[in-house]
Design a protein around this ligand. Sequence first.
Ligand code: EPU
Length: 338
Amino acid sequence: MDWQKNVSLRHRNTFGLDSQTRYFAVADSTEELRSHLRRAIEEERKTFILGGGSNVVLPRDFDGVTISLGMRGVKVDSDPDRSRLRVVVQSGENWHSLVRLCMGKGIFGLENLALIPGNVGAAPIQNIGAYGVEVSEFVDFVEAMEVKTGRVVKLTNEECGFGYRDSVFKGELAGSLVVTAVGLSLHTRPRLVPDYPDLRAELERMGVTKPLPADVCEAVIRVRRRKLPDPRFVGNAGSFFKNPIVSDDVLKRLQELHTDVPCFKRASECKLAAAWLIDQCGWKGRRCGPVGVWKHHALVIVNHGRATSDDVLRLAASIKESVVARFGIELSVEPTIV
Ligand code: EPU
């Protein structure tokens, strides 16, 4: 269980950012993770936990130890509630492979979350969501290791404090826990959520009037392939900003000036489309040196070449400035900036 020295992480982050870590370690089991964490504490080294690397902006140099989570395994258990199944998945499993596996076994719920890059361990941290579904709807528990003690704890759904692209793992417990496994409660019978506008339109285009889970899954894959860049070919970390949540008053003020502002209402609040705000500022398809804004979706910053985190963060700051200047709205960054 040696630590490798001076390792490039360029091929281990979907942004493809040039980044080098002083030490690199792989944890294929919770025991290995515990011993890497213990050694890092003993040697007083900073740690960074790497999953699929799909939602991070890595620095050019990281002067600590990067621990890559490789724990694998999927266990399907029956549930006393016969309409449900419990699926316990280790952190290092690929998210989309899990979605495919569930589809193949007739386990339902995850269709709308197809093709999201990254590993299972990251899913509850940012509460991944797409096309009207969030993973928090299915999380039964999250198993995590305390960094300081190496103890494995189990958090209930409630204890995870889920919100829009948010959880305690990003908030109050950030840096103190490493997610090691996720327990999902999924359906034995189809429960479709096909109403997100893009998804509806795609199903129509496919000529499907009574969708089955496989149709929804296929439609999601088609929409994502068309709108979002494939990280194998164009480096990116998905949506770079969160959709801002604003009050009714702010929405009214905006609508007086822009009648067509897209928003999703929830009680007395409203989620605005950050992509629309950025698009209106003229950023879509613009290039700034090695980075740019994706030509088919204004919420995605892309790496056109050998970009570093400085290039990405400079562009993100310019985008934020122009959105504040034009709309008075402050965008917040979605991926983790290491
Ligand atoms: N829009 C524009 N210009 C664009 C793109 C979109 O004006 O270039 C407008 C669209 O017309 C639409 C609105 O913005 O009215 C929303 O766009 P979209 O449906 O693509 O969704 P989004 O809010 O931009 C969110 C998630 C995505 C997820 C989609 C679909 C966040 C931060 N992003 O994007 O998640 O796939 O909804 O559910 O919530 C990710 O997190 O990496 C991600 C891709």
